[in-house]
Design a protein around this ligand. Structure first.
Ligand SMILES: *[C@@H]1O[C@H](CO)[C@@H](O)[C@H](O)[C@H]1NC(C)=O
Ligand SMILES: *[C@@H]1O[C@H](CO)[C@@H](O)[C@H](O)[C@H]1NC(C)=O
Ligand SMILES: *[C@@H]1O[C@H](CO)[C@@H](O)[C@H](O)[C@H]1NC(C)=O
Ligand SMILES: [Fe+2]
Length: 433
């Protein structure tokens, strides 16, 4: 090791010791002992250039983006069709890679395929050489539609339990309100997260937005934020007129989903604010009776964790009126490692025309649960509990949806910890615009 390399190595080691400071996690509340990250080894031959970390996302209403990694350059090609082993179509996309401190990534391929039929199983293969076959099912074109919702996943045994529960549930699309891998600057942990979620994320679209753990900016040595996140989890932002992978929207069946970015500018002069204004103005309630928003840091939260952060307070003051006037039905957040459901709310008061706010940051990451709540419980908070789990939103039709929160202890599929029928604002005449 030359003197320069040694110097860099020492600086990085020291930074490594200081890094938890950058993760932006407020302490001051008790968490159960943290659980270690799982070891998720590569199951492909180390000498091969096989596709790894395969995941898919919705691109427009009839296309799917297939994303995967190879160690070395290889064609960004996907072959696909509706029968196993018979690939009647193929498409080509683009490839990117990045460096982060001493880490050099593999090649990330993103290929949009389609047009595809709704509610149909497709079989596909990534890259040009004979490789493993994957399959996915496209969402239905109309109701009913089921979302799985899971935040702050990480990659511990808790995470694996959550994923096992989700994989046994019938869902069409997964929504993730931020904090994916908890790699926290260790880039190889982004790779192991990709391997951990592949069995699910290669079969159903995973639509994600960013949390604080995606930022991974280090003063001076790596000043660019979201490097790994943007290279690996490229969401369909161009399709909704967004200029950034950090916020976008999409339609699926009769639901308009808006993914907001809590860790980019959100003030009224920001591009994100202007984009949100335009996006809400374009919503056609005839086509998408439901409007659902995802953020990372909750605007409503009676847990002791993460109180007083700008991403909650300032983003709420900036954007809450837009969501209210846009008659948004539901807002999902993560960040707080626990579950909490509020009533319909606007400006801190119960309001029949405001969105229901739900914190679902209990996916299972290594930091553990946020177990302390402010007392007494605010009247607008309807249910709160610190347990690991995930949510399921079954949108039955244009007016009714069944929301259930399933903890990892809910072994009986018919008994959920929290369950409530929601009616869309479209069904509330007083809230019609
Ligand atoms: C996740 O859980 C499943 C089922 O218990 C198990 O087979 C699998 O090995 C676990 N994954 C990891 C990475 O530990
Ligand atoms: C929507 O679903 C709910 C719950 O199943 C049902 O009561 C209602 O009649 C349905 N509405 C329409 C228009 O089908
Ligand atoms: C699950 O809960 C339902 C409803 O309470 C009950 O009828 C059923 O027997 C339970 N199943 C098991 C396996 O405990
Ligand atoms: Fe977070």
């Amino acid at each position: 090791m030359g003197a320069q390399r040694l110097g860099l190595f020492l600086v990085l080691t020291l930074l490594g010791l200081a890094l938890p400071e950058f993760s932006g996690v407020a302490e001051g509340y008790n968490r159960p002992p943290a659980r270690k990250n799982l070891d998720v080894p590569s199951d492909t031959d180390p000498d091969s250039n096989s596709p790894e970390q395969v995941h898919i996302s919705l691109v427009g209403e009839d296309k799917m983006r297939v994303s995967w990694t190879t160690k070395n350059p290889s064609p960004a090609t996907v072959e696909y069709g509706t029968s196993p082993g018979a690939y009647s179509s193929s498409a080509t996309g683009s490839t990117t890679s990045y460096s982060y401190l001493l880490y050099h990534s593999g090649e990330f391929h993103h290929v949009d395929i389609g047009p595809l039929n709704a509610n149909t199983v497709y079989y596909y293969r990534c890259g040009s050489s004979p490789g493993p076959e994957f399959s996915f099912k496209t969402p239905p074109a109309a109701f009913p539609l089921t979302f799985a919702v899971a935040g702050d996943l990480g990659q511990t045994e808790w995470t694996n339990e959550t994923l096992q529960h989700i994989s046994k549930s019938p869902y069409d699309v997964l929504l993730l309100p931020g904090d994916l891998s908890y790699a926290d600057f260790k880039q190889n942990l982004w790779d192991s997260f990709g391997r951990l979620v592949q069995p699910l994320a290669s079969q159903r679209p995973w639509m994600v937005t960013e949390g604080n753990h995606e930022v991974e900016k280090i003063p001076v040595v790596h000043s660019e934020p979201f490097t790994a996140y943007n290279a690996r989890w490229r969401m369909p932002f161009e399709q909704s007129g967004s200029e950034s992978n950090l916020y976008y929207s999409f339609n699926v069946a009769g639901v308009h989903v808006i993914m907001l970015g809590s860790y980019t500018d959100f003030d009224p002069a920001s591009l994100q604010y202007k984009w949100l204004q335009t996006d809400l103005a374009k919503v056609d309630r005839g086509r998408t009776p439901w409007v659902v928003v995802l953020i990372h840091a909750p605007w409503y939260n009676s847990n002791e964790a993460h109180q007083g952060e700008s991403e909650s307070i300032d983003m709420k003051s900036s954007m809450e009126e837009l969501l209210y006037k846009g008659r948004v039905d539901l807002v999902f957040a993560g960040h707080v490692h626990a579950y909490e459901r509020f009533t319909r709310v606007y400006k801190d008061k119960a309001d029949d025309c405001g969105p229901v706010h739900i914190t679902i940051g209990d996916g299972g990451n290594r930091e553990g649960l946020a177990t302390k709540y402010e007392e007494p419980k605010p009247a607008i908070s309807m249910f709160r509990e610190a347990s690991f789990g995930h949510g399921q939103l079954q949108v039955v039709n244009g007016t009714h949806a069944l929301w259930t929160w399933r903890t990892n202890q809910d072994d009986n599929e018919t008994v959920a910890s929290d369950s409530i029928w929601l009616t869309s604002l479209l069904a509330t005449p007083a809230c019609k615009k």
